[in-house]
Design a protein around this ligand. Structure first.
Ligand SMILES: Cc1cc2nc3c(=O)[nH]c(=O)nc-3n(C[C@H](O)[C@H](O)[C@H](O)COP(=O)(O)O)c2cc1C
Ligand code: SF4
Ligand code: SF4
Length: 267
C-alpha cells in the first residue's frame, strides 16, 4: 500500500501516522517530493491519498500530481480528505482526474480537523476533541479500507459547487490577499518559512524575505513563523488563529520535500 500526502500545518501527517497504526506496511509518499516529474508510475494494488481541502476542492498541487500519476487500472484507491467546515466537491474532483487516467476512487472519507485557513479559525477549546475525533474516524476509515469497501463518494459534483469553489479562491487570493505576502519588522530572518515551504517559494536573506509566484497555498510559512511576522494581505495571526498540529513538528513538515519522505519511522 502506498499513501500519498500533502501538508502545510501537519494534519495530513497526523492522519497518515494514525493510518500507519492500522497498515504497518504502508509506504508514505510526499506529493511535494515528486515536483518536476512528468509521469509517476505506481504498481501498488492499494493506493491512498491524505490531503487537505482548499477552497471546497482538492489543492491544485494535488490535482496536478494526480494527473501525472499512472496507477494499475485495477488498483483499489481510497482518499481521506480533511477539512474544517466543508469539503465541497473535493472527492469528485479527485475522482474526475483519476477517471481521466482510467482509474477510479473507490472510497472517500471526510475527516474534520482544526481549520488552518485563519479566516474560519477553529476555537482553541474545540481542538483537543477534534484531534481525538480524528483518531477515531481514522479507525473507522481504516476498517473500511481493510474490507476494500466501495461506496458512493461524499459531497456533490454540481456546477454550483464548482462556482462556490472558484469564488472562494478568488475571495481568498485577491480580496483577503493570500496573493499579497510580506513580512513585518518582527522578522528575525531565521529562515524557517523558507524551510517549511513545500515548493521552495520563499527566499530568506539577511535583509529580505521574498515570496515567489509558485505558491501552493498551504499556509505553512505563516503558521510556522515563530514571530508571527508573515502577513497575507489582511490576514495576520493571533494566538487564537495560529495553528499547527500538536503531534507534528516543523522538521516533519520540512521532510515532505525529501524524496520518499522521512515521516515513516517517527511516532
Ligand atoms: C488556502 C486554504 C483553503 C482552505 N479551504 C478550506 C475549505 O474550503 N473548507 C474547509 O473545510 N477547510 C479549508 N481549509 C482548511 C484545511 O483544509 C484544513 O485545516 C487542513 O486540515 C489543513 O491541512 P494540513 O494541516 O495538513 O496542512 C483551507 C485551508 C487553506 C490553507
Ligand atoms: S519564519 Fe518568520 S521570522 Fe523566520 S524568516 Fe520567516 S518571516 Fe522571518
Ligand atoms: S509560500 Fe507559504 S503558503 Fe505558499 S506554498 Fe510556500 S509555505 Fe505554503
Amino acid at each position: 500500500m502506498n499513501i500519498y500526502y500533502f501538508t502545510g500545518t501537519g494534519n495530513s501527517i497526523a492522519i497518515c501516522r494514525e493510518l500507519r497504526k492500522h497498515f504497518e506496511d504502508a509506504e508514505l509518499r510526499s506529493i511535494a517530493s515528486f515536483a518536476g516529474r512528468t509521469e509517476i508510475g505506481d504498481e501498488s494494488d492499494v493506493v491512498g491519498f491524505v490531503v487537505p481541502t482548499y477552497y471546497m476542492d482538492i489543492p491544485e498541487i494535488v490535482g496536478d500530481f494526480v494527473s501525472r500519476l499512472r496507477l494499475r487500472p485495477d488498483a483499489y484507491i481510497f482518499a481521506a480528505i480533511h477539512y474544517g467546515l466543508t469539503y465541497g466537491r473535493a472527492f469528485h474532483s479527485l475522482n474526475r482526474i483519476l477517471e481521466a487516467g482510467g482509474m477510479k476512487l473507490s472510497l472517500g472519507w471526510g475527516i474534520t480537523v482544526p481549520d488552518n485557513s485563519i479566516v474560519f479559525k477553529t476555537a482553541l477549546a474545540k481542538q483537543p476533541a477534534m484531534h481525538l475525533g480524528m483518531t477515531e474516524t481514522v479507525s473507522e476509515f481504516a476498517a473500511a479500507v481493510s474490507d476494500r469497501r466501495s461506496v458512493p463518494l461524499p459531497g456533490r459534483n454540481s456546477a454550483i459547487q464548482g462556482l462556490n469553489s472558484r469564488m472562494g479562491a478568488f475571495m481568498f487570493r485577491k480580496v483577503i490577499g493570500v496573493d499579497r505576502k510580506r513580512v513585518t519588522d518582527a522578522c528575525t530572518h531565521c529562515g524557517l518559512c523558507s524551510e517549511v515551504c513545500p515548493v521552495n517559494n520563499v527566499t530568506v536573506s539577511e535583509d529580505s524575505v521574498v515570496f515567489g509566484d509558485n505558491c501552493a497555498e498551504c499556509f505553512a510559512c505563516i503558521h510556522w513563523c515563530p514571530q508571527r511576522a508573515v502577513r497575507f494581505g489582511f490576514l495576520k495571526l493571533t494566538d487564537k488563529s495560529q495553528y499547527t498540529n500538536p503531534v507534528v513538528s516543523a522538521a516533519d513538515v520540512i521532510s515532505q520535500k525529501d524524496a520518499l519522505s522521512g515521516i515513516h519511522g517517527t511516532s
